[in-house]
Design a protein around this ligand. Structure first.
Ligand code: EPU
Length: 341
């Protein structure tokens, strides 16, 4: 465990926002958790890869940096392998490690920034696959009882970019490891729009695990701004679910609006399309901008503040609401310290 006071967080969040932590505690072993001070959600924050967070203010209390490492095969049979992955392992490195060993199921989730421990938090998803399809269970430190718990996939309440750790109990757990079930026999999942075409272009006739992995990487590099080049946290908003009646009105007025049936939950519509059709793609305000490459991504054009990104996000929400009557919900975790009293 490392403890340091008054630390910059600039390089610990992919937005590249300048913010400070009152105390930065780096958790390197599970036993470290037995001697940490605890967690106050108003003042403290648990940080993984920093790829899904916006610091609107400094964090006056403790930032816990999750750096628990290790990838181990816990069980295997001729068809499947059960992996246990430390929460501090890089998600993309885990995908590459699995692909190199012929373990499939997460290749469509290649190049998602961030750490493995954050994957269940928002049930990461891309190109037709979500973490939910491979998750077995999660081990977490329970701040309320100061002990470890094992939560089954069902108990994690995974939904679209949602989970127990985000919705029902947002400040209760620090994830220490995840267990995933991967397959030893590969079936390509390339139904998502554009993926099959990219596969054909990058590996004509190829449908192997390595081919799909490479195609996903190429597609992401083409479509999404790279946080190493321009600060961002991936999609800033979720694709909203709208009720069938509102969807009917919208699709009558805007037949080109991309949409997906989300079963009984309603119709999911493309937030990027809504934002682009408010003429906001590329729009800039105080150094924060709607990416000109993908309208769902907000970017830090250089030295902008967390507040500038937050104000831009609110402007986007207001415009989409006024134009389409649809409420956009932010996807990243927003930290904002509010002095009480
Ligand atoms: N579109 C626009 N304007 C744009 C970009 C896209 O109109 O500037 C339209 C496209 O034409 C397409 C539709 O929006 O019809 C969907 O675009 P895309 O395939 O890029 O997917 P998305 O719904 O915008 C989601 C995830 C991404 C994930 C991709 C691919 C969410 C919030 N985002 O984006 O995840 O990579 O699908 O599966 O669900 C992330 O969560 O950080 C993330 C990047």
């Amino acid at each position: 465990m490392k403890v340091a006071e008054n630390q910059p967080l600039d390089r610990l969040n992919t937005f590249g926002i300048s913010a400070r932590a009152g105390i930065l505690i780096t958790i390197e072993t599970e036993e470290d958790l037995l001697s940490v001070p605890g967690f106050d959600p108003a003042r403290d924050f648990v940080l993984g890869g920093g790829s899904n967070v916006l610091f609107v203010t400094d964090v006056p209390g403790i930032v816990y940096l999750n750096r628990l490492s290790g990838i181990e095969i816990r069980r295997e049979n001729p068809d499947e392998v059960l992996l246990e992955v430390g929460a501090g392992e890089s998600w993309h490195e885990l995908v590459a490690w699995s692909v190199a060993r012929g373990f499939s199921g997460i290749e469509n989730l290649a190049l998602i920034p961030g750490l493995a421990g954050a994957a269940p938090l928002q049930n990461i998803g891309a190109y037709g696959v979500e973490l939910a399809s491979v998750l077995d269970s999660v081990t977490a430190w329970d701040w309320h009882t100061a002990t470890w718990v094992v939560l089954s996939k069902q108990e994690c309440l995974l939904g679209y970019r949602d989970s127990l750790f985000k919705a029902a109990q947002p400040d209760r757990y620090l994830i220490t490891s995840t267990r995933l079930i991967l397959k030893k026999h590969f079936t390509a999942q390339v139904a998502y729009s554009g993926l099959a075409a990219e596969l054909e272009k990058s590996s004509p006739g190829g449908t192997s695990l390595a081919d799909v992995f490479a195609a996903v990487i190429r597609l992401r590099r083409k479509k999404l701004p790279d946080p190493a080049v321009i600060g961002n946290a991936g999609s800033f908003f979720k694709n909203p679910l709208v009720p069938a009646t509102l969807y009917q009105q919208l699709s009558d007025r805007f037949p080109a609006l991309p949409s997906w049936d989300a079963g009984g939950a309603g119709i999911k519509v493309s937030a990027a399309w809504l934002i682009e059709h408010c003429d906001l793609k590329g729009f800039e305000m105080n150094g924060a901008a709607v990416s000109g490459q993908h309208a769902l991504v907000l970017v830090n054009q250089g030295q902008c503040s967390g507040l500038a990104v937050w104000e831009l996000a609110q402007l986007v929400q207001a415009r989409v609401w006024d134009t389409f009557g649809v409420r956009l919900e932010p996807e990243p975790k927003i930290f904002r310290f509010a002095e009480v009293g």
